[in-house]
Ligand binder design. Sequence first.
Ligand SMILES: *Cc1c(COP(=O)(O)O)cnc(C)c1O
Length: 440
Amino acid sequence: MDAKTLAAIDRSVVWHPFTQHADWEKQPPVVIEKGAGVYLFDVEGNRYIDGVSSLWVNVHGHGHPHLLDAIREQSELLQHSTLLGLASTASITFAKALVDKSLPGLTRVFYSDSGSTSVEIALKMAFQWQQQQGHTKRTRFVAMSEAYHGDTIGSVSVGGIDLFHAIYRPLLFDAHRLEIPGNREASAERQALNAAKRLFQEHGDEIAAFVFEPLVQGAAGMRMHTPEFLAELCALAKQAGVLLIADEVATGFGRTGTLFAMEQVGISPDFLCAAKGITGGTLPLAATLTTEAIYEGFKGKTDEYRTFFHGHTYTGNPIACAVALASLELFESEGTLLNVRERAVQLEKRLAQMAGRKFIRGFRQQGLMAGVDLGDPEGNAFLPNERIGHKVCMACRPRGAILRPLGDTVILMPPLCISSAALDELLDILNDAITDVLGD
Ligand SMILES: *Cc1c(COP(=O)(O)O)cnc(C)c1O
C-alpha cells in the first residue's frame, strides 16, 4: 500500500494516544515501516534517528539480532501460558535474572504488561499490606508534584500533571502532594525537605506509601532532583513507617547511567516498578519488584483472604520474558552502561554549547535523558498557542530525526546504544531545526 492510502486509512480508523486529532487530521502522518539500529524508516524510504527511543523504550537499537533470535526461539516453543496456577520456563528465568541485577532486598517479581499496571500493582500491594499488618489508618499515598505514573485511574490519582489529569478529579482518590523543585537547586531542595518533614510529622501515620520517580520526572518535562535530596525524602518516609514505591518505568534499564536510578540514591525501595526499557523496546512487559517482608504479609490460610487478587491475562508472557532476558544479556556483552556514561558526557558538552544561543533558556540532563527548554531571547516562555516546541520537533523530521516536545521542552532520549557520530547528528538536527523555526 502506498503512503497516501495508508494515511487515509489511518485517519479513518486509528485514534492516536495523547494526540488532538483536529490537528492530526490536518497533516499527512509519517508512517513508519521498519527500523534498523538507531534509525526508523517510513514507507517512502525516509530515514530518521529515533531520538526518543520510540517513546523511551528502545535500548539496543531496532532489529538487534540477539533480541530477534530470542523472540524466534521462544515463539517456536511457547507463545503464551498463564501464570495463574501455572509456572513457565521463560518467566522463571527472567525473574531470577532481574532479581540478581536489581537492588539488594528486592527478591520478588510480580509481572504485568505496562508501566501503568506496574504502578497500579505497587499501590494496591502497599495498601493491602498495610491493612493486613493491622495499620488500618494507613489509607493514603504521598506523591510528588507534577508526577506522572501512567494513565489508569489509580496511577492517575497519584499523578500530578493537571493538563492530563484535572478532568478525572471526581473519579480519583486524593493523595498528599510534595512540592518537588525540578532543577536540582540546593536551597529549593532544602525548603522542600522542610515541607516534607512537616507532612510526615502531621500525616505520617495515615500514609501507606510514598510513590516517586527517582532522579528524573520525565513526563513533567525532565524535571530533576539530586540523589541526596531523594535519599533524605526516603529516610523521612521510612521513619514514619511509610513504604517506598520507586517508579523506574522511565529511569530503569540504564537510562540514567546505572541499571536502576535507585542505585545512585543508595536506597532499596519496598517496591520498584519497571517497564519501558525492560524488553529493549520489543514487546510489552512490566515487573513490580518487592521484598520478602511484603511477600510474607500476603501469606495465609484460604479463609484469611490475604491473597493478592490481581493479575492480567498476559502476565509473564514467555516471549516477552525471553526477549527481556536477552536484553539484560546485551547490557553485559555490549557494555551498554559504559556507552551511556560516555554518550552522557558528550550530550552534556553539546547541550552546554547550544545553551549559549538565543532561543534556549536552559537544559537538564541525566544519563541519556535530557530536556531542552525553548524560550524567547529575553528568557521568557513562549505562548502555549504558538506551539514552538511542536514546530521545532516537526522541523527535525525533514532533517532526519524524530523528537517529541513536552510543551516547549524538547525531549532527548536516544537509544542507549547510540554512537558518538549519531548523537552528534541528532544534536546538529535539533540545532538546525531551532534555526528553521526561530532564526539564529
Ligand atoms: C511511561 C510511564 C508510565 C506509564 O507506562 P505505560 O507503559 O505507558 O503505562 C509510568 N511511570 C512513568 C515514570 C513513566 O514514564
